[in-house]
Design a protein around this ligand. Structure first.
Ligand code: BGC
Length: 416
């Protein structure tokens, strides 16, 4: 009897300890499409498995503009979430406000410096300290194609150049189907735009025009050619595209209504969720003219300073889980991206992910590895927002001349 009661109190003490350290993590993200929700659901499961409570703070809107607006108001009100999906130079901007937590203790124990490509680790740090945990690597310069639609239209495989692309689009149109599935938000226009700039001008031009925001490049003949190509793509979209979400555009390709979509590989998450198989039902190929380049988009969670000890513990566990092998595999299998953690087995991943991994490594050696401006990797948020708006104004207004489009984008790029 005595033994039993001693055991009971020992158990009670252990349980109390666990409960005391179990905290709540409120996580702000914009992963609300089918594939995205499945992916973030895996993180929730892992955190719940550790005994923590997951408070979902999902703000719909691909590309994250809505989420960032909501985040600002929460931080200004002094009530930030534990973690928020914040990326690229935006991490530095938030850190300079003094609101982000230092994750060095977790990073040290988990050996992040050894497990991350340096180019990624540097973005996650502010003044040498980790303030964010990276989730994945998305490739943006993909073109998705429905295999049955191409067959029906008499198009043999994915076009490799813009000329081939327009010839294919013409055939699809003649077959009575929609050549390009496109949605109606500025970041979707911009995703297509940066593919075009890269395909028309090449990696160095992309770097000069969209990363360095060099005025000579932005006002060059190559930029004129890019805008002409960009406008021509629009003529192959359907009239219902304004206002459409990106995943509904992907669904048009999945459902054999449209042939192509220009979108990062989160689109693959939608194909996967619909049970579609790459190489059979659909094709993933680099956007025309961009096979030797790779525009990257690394999702990451920045962590905010919290006062409560249990919440801090939950936050540290979240950071560790994000970089753990279990999460990196299952999340990226669902999300369409590849693990950001080095030396992960790719055995369970499909051919698109394997190609992405190979091209990520290869382009890093040749100078073709480039930050996506449409997805917050290249420039500070203010300049990005201004350029995005200018690009969309051109896309939406067929009456604006190419020369005026070039001028207005170059002007927007001077925003600091
Ligand atoms: C994010 C992706 C997300 C996509 C659409 C991108 O900016 O990096 O994770 O799936 O937006 O919502």
């Amino acid at each position: 009897m005595i033994k039993l009661s001693k055991l009971a109190s020992a158990v009670a003490i252990v349980l109390a300890g666990n409960v005391a350290m179990a905290g709540e993590v409120e996580v702000l993200h914009w992963w609300t499409s089918g594939g995205e929700a499945k992916s973030v659901g895996e993180l929730k499961k892992i955190m719940q498995g550790k005994g923590h409570t997951w408070k979902d703070f999902a703000v719909a809107g691909g590309g994250g503009d809505n989420a960032m607006t909501v985040l600002k108001s929460r931080v200004v009100a002094g009530n930030p979430p534990a973690a928020a999906q914040i990326k690229g130079p935006g991490i530095q901007e938030w850190a300079s406000e003094g609101v982000l937590a230092n994750l060095d203790a977790t990073a040290k124990v988990e050996k992040w410096d050894e497990l991350l490509p340096k180019v990624v680790a540097d973005v996650m740090k502010y003044k040498g300290n980790y303030v964010a945990a990276p989730v994945n690597v998305h490739r943006v310069n993909w073109m998705w194609a429905n295999a049955a639609v191409l067959k029906k239209a008499g198009v043999a495989g994915a076009p490799k150049t813009w000329d081939e692309f327009f010839a294919a689009a013409e055939k699809v149109k003649k077959a009575g189907l929609i050549p390009v599935a496109h949605g109606g938000q500025n970041w979707q226009d911009f995703t297509t735009f940066e593919d075009v700039v890269l395909g028309v001008g090449g990696a160095k031009f992309y770097q000069d025009a969209l990363v360095k925001l060099d005025q000579a490049a932005l006002t060059s003949a190559t930029m004129t050619k890019s805008l002409e190509t960009f406008r021509k793509i629009k003529s192959y979209t359907d009239p219902a595209s304004p206002g459409r979400d990106w995943n509904l555009a992907t669904a048009m390709v999945i459902q054999e209504k449209a042939a192509f979509q220009f979108m990062g590989d989160w689109a693959k998450g939608e194909f996967t969720a619909a049970g579609k198989v790459p190489g059979k039902d659909y094709i993933c190929a680099a956007a025309p003219g961009t096979a030797n380049a790779y525009t990257f988009n690394v999702d990451s969670f920045a962590m905010f300073k919290l006062k409560d000890a249990a919440a801090q513990k939950a936050q540290a566990d979240l950071a560790a889980a994000i970089m753990g092998t279990e999460f990196q595999e299952v999340f990226n299998l669902n999300k369409g991206s590849i693990p950001v953690r080095l030396n992960m087995s790719m055995a369970k991943f499909d051919d698109c992910a394997k190609l992405s991994t190979k091209d990520f490594v290869d382009t890093a050696k040749t100078g073709g590895l480039l930050p996506s401006i449409a997805h917050g990797m290249a420039v500070m948020p203010a300049a990005e927002g201004a350029i995005k708006d200018a690009v969309s104004q051109f896309w939406n207004n067929d009456k604006m001349s190419v020369a005026d489009g070039v001028k207005s984008i170059a002007k927007a790029a001077a925003t600091r």
